[in-house]
Design a protein around this ligand. Structure first.
Ligand code: TLP
Length: 348
């Protein structure tokens, strides 16, 4: 049975070109700063974001944690959206390891606005924790892959800097946002003090993320990465796939977005399914199944029996993520299986 895996864009397998590049990669010990392929990837990332330097990190979570740790001191406050990845899916590492207090703001689109942020800044009184950092997420995963515009980012960064706050961008899927807006990623990162982006989401590399910032920040980040156990050795084999991903994958994202849109429009026709089409901007579709009488765990299990993998994100909500291993036919097939499974369970 063919498996159609719509759980995440992290499930992609390396392309033939990536595999060849990995096999042929020139490598060295990166802890000694001697891996030429890692150096090349870091230079390329810095160049794409028009920044001084970049650091290859094993995961997006580690990249985010290093940034939070460097921008703050224990006891400081960090403002972020209540559904952000940093707050919800990184094991509370910002509190457990960086020692900071998250100040979560509830938003509709996943994207913070400056007035909301400003309201949460702590006064400069000795008995108050001090607000040091704002974390943005573009695209916003749990809001359904929604995009923050360059203008909105610019407004927040300019205002945050004027108040002495740093801004970190969780840009795990920043290339999807750039595709949606038809802008270079550098424009979307604006003057954010640090940016993390993932090679292993829509760009399809097997592993790895980059932290991009000033040279000084990246020097410090290298120390924290080592402290967290993230100093890797002949890791050029992964960086080589990352370089290919940066070259060949951004152009493929538009198709993932069209497939997500197609799936969303078709899902909306089904009894018991609700979703907000306006939030389907990139490669993620979040939909509500309360009207089907099934829980997401039940529907997920029934779909799995039929070769379609879709995870729940709550009892009543599920998430589909499109990626380059999914084509339009896979989408059509997945839809017909969803229709069949729903029909069978609703006729009971
Ligand atoms: N997201 C994964 C899961 O952890 C939910 C996914 O399947 O979407 N920032 C954002 C916005 C992310 O979506 C993710 C991963 C990360 C950071 C963390 O990246 P990794 O998995 O490399 O630590």
């Amino acid at each position: 049975m063919k498996i159609i895996d719509l759980r995440s864009d992290t499930v992609t397998r390396p392309t033939p070109r990536m595999r060849r590049a990995m096999a042929e990669a020139e490598v060295g010990d990166d802890v000694y700063l001697e891996d030429p392929t890692v150096e090349k990837l870091q230079e390329r990332a810095a160049e794409l974001f028009e920044r001084e330097a970049a650091l290859f990190v094993p995961t997006g979570s580690m990249g985010n944690l290093i940034a939070v740790k460097l921008h703050t001191r224990p006891g400081d406050e960090v403002i972020l959206d209540s559904r952000s990845h940093i707050l919800n899916y990184e094991l509370g590492s910002l509190a457990a390891i960086a020692g900071v207090v998250p100040r979560a703001i509830t938003t509709v689109t996943g994207h913070l606005r400056w007035p909301q942020i400003e309201d949460c800044i702590r006064p400069n009184i000795y008995y108050c924790a001090q607000t040091r950092l704002v974390c943005l997420e573009n695209t916003h995963n749990m809001a359904g892959g929604t995009v923050m515009s360059a203008k909105e980012t610019h407004e927040i960064v300019a205002s945050a800097h004027a108040r002495g706050l740093a801004v970190h961008l969780d840009g795990a899927r920043i290339f999807n946002a750039a595709t949606y807006l038809n802008l270079p990623v550098a424009k979307l990162a604006d003057r954010c003090d640090s940016i993390m982006f993932c090679l292993s989401k829509g760009l399809g590399a097997p592993a790895g993320s980059l932290l991009v910032a000033s040279r000084d920040f990246i020097e410090q980040a290298r120390r924290v990465r080592k402290m967290l156990g993230g100093g890797m050795r002949q890791v050029g084999v992964l960086a080589a796939a990352g370089l290919v991903a940066l070259e060949e994958s951004p152009a493929k994202l538009a198709e993932d977005h069209l497939n997500a849109r197609f799936l969303a429009e078709e899902l909306l026709q089904l009894n018991g399914i609700k979703l907000h089409l306006e939030s389907v901007q990139t490669n993620i579709v979040i939909f509500d199944i309360s009207g089907t009488g099934l829980t997401s765990a039940e529907l997920s299990a029934k779909l799995k029996e039929n070769g379609v993998l879709i995870n729940g994100i709550s009892h009543t909500q599920m998430r589909i993520v499109t990626h380059y291993d999914i084509n339009r036919n896979d989408c059509k097939q997945a839809l017909s299986i969803i229709r069949k499974v729903l029909k069978n369970s609703q006729s009971y």
